[in-house]
Design a protein around this ligand. Sequence first.
Ligand SMILES: Nc1ncnc2c1ncn2[C@@H]1O[C@H](COP(=O)(O)OP(=O)(O)OP(=O)(O)O)[C@@H](O)[C@H]1O
Length: 480
Amino acid sequence: MATGSILVADDDSAIRTVLNQALSRAGYEVRLTSNAATLWRWVAQGDGDLVITDVIMPDENAFDLLPRIKKVRPELPVIVMSAQNTFMTAIRASERGAYEYLPKPFDLKELISIIGRALAEPKTRALAASGDDNGDNIPLVGRSPAMQEIYRVLARLMQTDLTVMIAGESGTGKELVARALHDYGKRRAGPFVAINMAAIPRDLIESELFGHEKGAFTGAASRSAGRFEQAEGGTLFLDEIGDMPMDAQTRLLRVLQQGEYTTVGGRTPIKTDVRIVAASNKDLRQLINQGLFREDLFFRLNVVPIRLPPLRERTEDVPDLVRHFFLQAEKQGLPSKQIEQAAVERLKRYRWPGNVRELENLVRRLAALYPQDVITANLIDQELSTPASAPAESETSDEDDLSGSVERFLNKYFGGYGDALPPPGLYHRILKEVEYPLIGAALAATRGNQIKAAELLGVNRNTLRKKIRDLDIQVIRSSR
Ligand SMILES: Nc1ncnc2c1ncn2[C@@H]1O[C@H](COP(=O)(O)OP(=O)(O)OP(=O)(O)O)[C@@H](O)[C@H]1O
């Protein structure tokens, strides 16, 4: 049976009751209060082995109270609960010295295990208060359970130098997460340097990373600093790491093992103090099986893996993201827009093959190009059913270009697997992605007239009706 005394502060009596029951059953002595003043009195007089507190209490915000608690009892673990569930809540909790941040609603079993861990490991994980509070500058948007889990991992990682590997499809926010790790971490005063392996000619990658000496190869007219040197004291973000050539991988592995490197053409080892964050939208395990990626390097990089889910797996984030991108557009001087709820619903149902980047591009286009103040569902249907919704491509639309865009579309499914095959079930996945915008476009073109839309598509009316039902397409009829 567990032992220890836990102080619980929450103005919600239902939460107090639930916590009281669960914690008492687990063997803890529990003291409950609805306000910050009582909690502070208990802490100041030395009571309790651990605190669980809500953020917003009637008399004081836990974020204001936390630094005072940490000053008088730095070793006391404080678990912060919040229903706000944003990136900034997780970061604030972490910055102000919370042991752990728990988004509400939470799993009681998980809470009990966190408490066990906190009490078993008496040294505090309190994080130094940073003082700078970029309240407006919200880097990561989205409150889906998947994103909340990521915020918690990030909050825990902020004061560490651990190597992080971020996996996720293109446009899911991998670089943004890498930047957040840097901007809110202990290296924030140092540089953040990013390098994309896929964007640099393969034979130049080593010299880009490690720098080169004068005359090291044809064209090396003078000594040049590499990204490691540029990132000294800060963070180096290695994007698309799966595209790194083998020789460069071997060299990188040596840096991770020994903490030093030599420039191309150089002999003297140079010590390096750089935090590495790597990212890949390819399956690195598959690359390892194909002999294209070193397994030992993978293990060195994959110390803390973070997987960013595609947007279609967290569509509850779409409304927040849409609002965020419209606000950003407004800040850049574009006209402000309203968006119909039905239009947001349409956006939630789209599959977003280009993920958040595609949504961001769409919102920017809507803000910049459309004269209407209100973005309607019809407009969204049109936008999502035209090739323009594909990530920016500048070609015009004759026959050749159309076949090009089909190729690009299919490449999304077939590309990125090297010599391996994509996961099975392609036919239905591709069909599903095409069907929804196709039917939406036919309905938009016929102003919601299902008979005309069926004719236009060349399918039976009942087939169309069934598709509309199965795909949950909202038909809006307009009379004009
Ligand atoms: N959670 C988020 N909140 C706000 N903006 C986001 C979020 N995720 C992604 N974005 C925005 O979407 C765009 C794409 O993000 P980012 O470049 O980080 O993706 P990526 O996964 O690194 O893509 P790639 O693999 O193609 O390099 C950026 O403009 C970024 O600001």
